[in-house]
Design a protein around this ligand. Structure first.
Ligand code: GDG
Length: 730
């Protein structure tokens, strides 16, 4: 079993020297160090772009040979592919949208074409060495289609995880993407989809529900052949690395040099990649306002701004750069003194040792992104302070704010608040600084990047174990042959079939689900065998069932067994009075009035509230509200509330598909029992049957049924094969 990490970039950069030799420099990003320190028996592999465009096949081969020694597998991309996939759909469509910069979001079908193409290339490279049993962990928004591609094109028996490092936006923004459906379907190819915060996870769940009409149960969703989970894994840093670095000789020397340079002035530090999401201009406005409001600090405090160049070929970035240059120029022009400048501005990256030294000496870290998936700089500052006091000012829009709530939390758009908070930080008593920093350090030290990776992989393995142990087995030709042999060998068979969603697909109006000729013919064939007792067990009323299927020699159970038909006679299995009163009817009526496109169906034993045509979000809200409102009156009247497939049912607890199954079992001795159903009410039937029964859930997976048939359209072919044995028919 291998662990295969697939990320846009390999943890190593290839570049060409002037002498046309290749140079390989390992880049120590958070992810690389986290996964390197992961204690696991798994053999680790990486797939990603190596960071340079190759000119010839020979170059590609040479680089591949070199990288494969480290189990790095390069995906080679052309300039055009990089442009369309990376700069295009990833960074000019998804990045701005996920960071709530709708105005910068570009919609270009060429970008999308490139995105699909590159995701496919990643898939092809990975599939060259992925084997059954491997764990695959896909990283980030550049590869959102990859989980589903690997699922459909890769071998069976692999586990796929995906982690989204940036925010997942609210559905109201995400819905604008023409490719929204492909993107969420792409992610749902994974067994586990991870986010930094619950808000991002909630947005993702809502997008799946609304775009794909799926229904999550808390953190998971039943798909046709498996269950996909979403969960929250806040990423951490390598705490020891940042915490111990200030004690290194070269960092200490650097610290002394910096102190010498900045003198006794207070230092406020900010470190970002050049990006509009980082709130650099808002931060500068906040600092300028601080100088206006608290002139006593002029000459005594400076802002050190480290901006790492990025994406400056993209127009919006080069415009941002110009504005930052101008704003800093204006502040420095207005406030500088002969021996003091308000803003030190560095437009380049710093070596690790210098960065850590800056963290260590800075009195305040000003981390004010307008949106940020997590923000690791905030955590690195906390770690590098060691026992020194210091104050972290952190934007509430960064994922890190959820964990680091002992920082001074600000709204980065509120310039007045930023100014006042800088003042508060500079005035904070040392004791209070140490107390807060202590709390932050304990948290960051505990939730490291290693902890993050370990938890994610651990959860993925737990899902694998759960799938192996408890989920239903998909019906393939081997399973079919098994069931057919058991059917053939049996002398007395009980076959219980649900109607809606099993024998017939759902219709917009329930009365339209009239049986087709093909269904009637198949049921007739099944019932004609004298060794078979065939029972249609449905929630529908008995008159409809009789009208549709009464001509066939079938047994039937209507309204979950409140009526049953045995040997051609309908038996009423209930008292005369309806089990509910007007109070319940009035509640349902009120909900129907308040919920467009919902409706009530009143049967003799069951009151049903249907919401299959209601907007997904409203349906989920109303369903919960209705169930909550019904709990008290229903328990007073001894009634049962059942959540079904886009319905809520109120009924007497005396009749369920389970009680009906038990009644049928008690009638005879069977040596073959088969039950098929698509709904949660059918699960009562599955539970009531003996372990040896062939219980088959149609559609989404079930934890209760032994087998799963992925779609309603496969039910008739299945019944055909059951009788004939020719498994090519499904
Ligand atoms: C994404 C999400 C999420 C920066 N300047 C220098 C330098 N850095 C290093 C920092 C830090 C990293 O870059 C930046 O980390 P962030 O967390 O801010 O963000 P991203 O890498 O853009 O990416 C983000 C993250 O993924 C993890 O899930 O937190 O929200 O956007 O490690 O130290 N390093 C050096 N010199 C510099 O000048 N050596």
């Amino acid at each position: 079993m291998k662990l295969i990490i697939i990320a846009n970039r390999l943890p190593l950069k290839v570049s060409k020297t002037p002498g046309n030799e290749f140079e390989f420099v390992r880049s120590e990003g958070g992810l690389t160090t986290g996964l390197d320190s992961l204690e696991t028996d798994l053999e680790k592999h990486w797939v990603g772009w190596p960071g340079a465009i190759m000119e010839t096949k020979e170059e590609e081969e040479a680089v591949t040979r070199h990288l494969e020694e480290f189990q790095f597998h390069p995906v080679f991309l052309s300039e055009q592919q990089l442009h369309l996939h990376y700069e295009g759909f990833s960074n000019s469509t998804l990045w701005p949208l996920c960071h709530y910069f709708n105005v910068y979001t570009e919609h270009d079908s060429e970008y999308w074409r490139g995105y699909v193409e590159v995701n496919r290339l990643f898939c092809e490279t990975a599939l060259k060495f992925i084997e059954p049993g491997d764990i695959v962990w896909v990283q980030d928004y550049q590869l959102m289609l990859l989980p589903a591609l690997l699922r459909t094109e890769g071998p069976a028996g692999i586990n796929i995880g995906y982690f989204h490092h940036i925010p997942f936006p609210t559905y109201e923004l995400f819905r604008v993407l023409p490719q929204r459906s492909e993107l969420v379907s792409g992610l749902l190819g994974a067994d586990l989809i991870g986010f930094h915060t619950h808000d991002y996870m909630r947005h993702f769940v809502s997008a799946c529900e609304r775009i794909l009409d799926l229904r999550f149960t808390m953190d998971h969703v039943m798909l046709n052949d498996r269950i996909a989970y979403a969960d929250v894994f806040p990423m951490g840093i390598n705490y020891t690395l940042y915490n111990e670095a200030p004690a290194l000789t070269e960092v200490q020397e650097m610290t002394l040099k910096l102190k010498d340079h900045y003198g006794n002035n207070k230092l406020i530090l900010s470190v970002d990649r050049l990006d509009y999401s980082k709130g650099i201009l808002h931060r500068l406005k906040g600092f300028r306002r601080f100088l206006e409001l608290y002139p006593g600090y002029i000459g005594r405090v400076s802002l050190v701004m480290i901006i790492v160049p990025s994406r400056d070929t993209v127009d919006s970035y080069s415009e941002l750069k110009t504005k930052i240059d101008e704003t800093i120029g204006a502040i420095n022009g207005q406030y500088s003194q002969l021996n003091w400048i308000p803003v030190y501005y560095f437009y380049h990256g710093f070596p690790f040792e210098e960065l850590v030294a800056m963290y260590h000496i800075a009195d305040v870290a000003l981390v004010t992104p307008l949106r940020d998936g997590m923000n690791l700089v905030a955590k690195e500052y906390v770690a590098a302070k060691r026992d020194k006091p210091g104050v972290l000012i952190l934007s509430e829009m960064a994922g890190a704010a959820i964990e680091l709530n002992d920082a001074l939390i600000i709204n980065p758009y509120d310039v007045e608040q930023v100014a006042a908070t800088i003042h508060e930080a500079l005035e904070m008593p040392l004791e209070e600084q140490r107390r807060r920093m202590g709390v932050l350090q304990r948290r960051v030290a505990k939730k490291t990047v290693n902890h993050w990776a370990k938890r994610f992989i651990g959860q993925l393995l737990a899902i694998r174990e759960q799938n192996e142990n408890s989920s239903s087995e998909t019906i393939d030709s081997t399973v079919l042959t098994q069931i057919h042999s058991a059917y053939n060998a049996a002398g007395n068979r009980l076959i219980i079939l649900d109607y809606d969603g099993t024998l017939m697909g759902f219709k917009r109006r329930p009365e339209d689900a009239v049986p087709t000729e093909a269904l009637l013919a198949q049921l007739a064939r099944l019932a004609a065998d004298p060794l078979n007792r065939v029972v249609i067990s449905s929630g529908r009323d008995h008159l409809t069932l009789e009208n549709w299927l009464g001509r066939l020699p079938l047994d039937m159970a209507a309204e979950h067994g409140a009526y049953y038909k045995s040997q051609g006679e309908w038996v009423r299995n209930i008292p005369d009075e309806k089990p509910w009163n007007d109070e319940i009817t009035a509640i349902l009526q009120e909900f129907t009035d308040r919920t467009p496109r919902s409706m009530i169906e009143e049967k003799e034993t069951t009151l049903v509230w249907h919401y299959r045509n209601v907007d997904a979000w409203l349906a989920s809200l109303r369903e919960q509200q209705l169930v909550e409102t019904l709990i008290e009156p229903c328990s007073r009247q001894g009634l049962q509330i059942m959540r079904g497939n886009k319905i809520v049912e109120i009924k007497s607890p005396n009749h369920t598909k389970g009680s009906e199954a038990r009644r049928l079992l008690a009638m005879d001795e069977y040596d073959f029992v088969l039950a098929m159903g698509d709904d949660t009410t059918d699960e009562d039937m599955f539970r009531a049957l003996p372990d040896s029964a062939y219980t088959i859930k149609v559609g989404r997976m079930s934890q209760v049924a032994r087998f799963n048939l992925s779609s309603q359209t496969k039910v008739l072919p299945f019944l055909r094969v059951l009788m004939s044995g020719d498994s090519t028919a499904v």
